[in-house]
Design a protein around this ligand. Sequence first.
Ligand SMILES: NC(=O)CCC(=O)C(=O)O
Length: 301
Amino acid sequence: MMASSTSSSIEHTMLAASEQLQVPSNITKFKIGLCQLSVTSEKNQNLACARNSIKAAVECGARLVVLPEMWNCPYSNGYFAKFAEDFENEDASPTFSMLSEAACSHGITIVGGSVPESSDGQLYNTSCVFGPDGKLKAKHRKIHLFDIEIPGDITFKESDFFAAGDKPTIVDTDVGRIGIGICHDIRFPELAALYRATGARIICYPGAFNISTGELLWEVMQRARAADNQLFVATCSPSRGSSGSYAIWGHSTLVGPSGEIIATSGHEETVVVAEIDYSKIELQRKGLPLDKQKRADIYLS
Ligand SMILES: NC(=O)CCC(=O)C(=O)O
């Protein structure tokens, strides 16, 4: 076990997480689908659109499908509470039911983007992961809430509406071990390093970067997280034409373990399907063994 931080709470989390994990599957190559959805203010329409998009990804061969951040609800203040669902009460959650049904009927893994979750009187920005049997495998609550105030440019305060999650999410799936982050979580390299240290081979970040920070940083962040950790990074955004006042950057992307862009999109509604080949990870890590070159004695003491 590599300890990449002196923080005892992070080390504790890493140990606890790895102890709980089962042996990952030995699949080496498969296709991933990134459903860049156009989100409206009609929840039923959003569910139907997501369901169709999942089907389209599967028809192109995807075994792992990722949805965007806030795909059942516009990413705008006035909607979060109204669109929130309680996943503990599965039968009363149309979003949960649709994702579970889609995963099961297609026999795939779904990283269900994120939607507003209501739980114990709080709202969370939450991503649910479903296995090919339709069962919930993991639930990630966005850890780093997006609070920003750049005068004359952008002001947004997620923490006015959501409570922050308090744990990392690493999940063993039929396509390997995956770490989950939601959008602003991508800005924190420590989380990605923790996922690498616990054996994740892909990090999925459903996200909705805005046009100002997106143009500057969305691609840079993805490539940096992938290259630093020598693993795949998959992101999935709503499309620009989505409802609400927040202008979305789009550009859902798959990045490989040397930081290369494997597939990407513009800002329009689309499905990106691309191949993940895990042998690229082994090749990259063998040729450039960053984990062995790391000088923890210098910068972690
Ligand atoms: N939805 C988000 O978390 C947006 C994050 C973002 O745009 C950023 O710059 O960070």
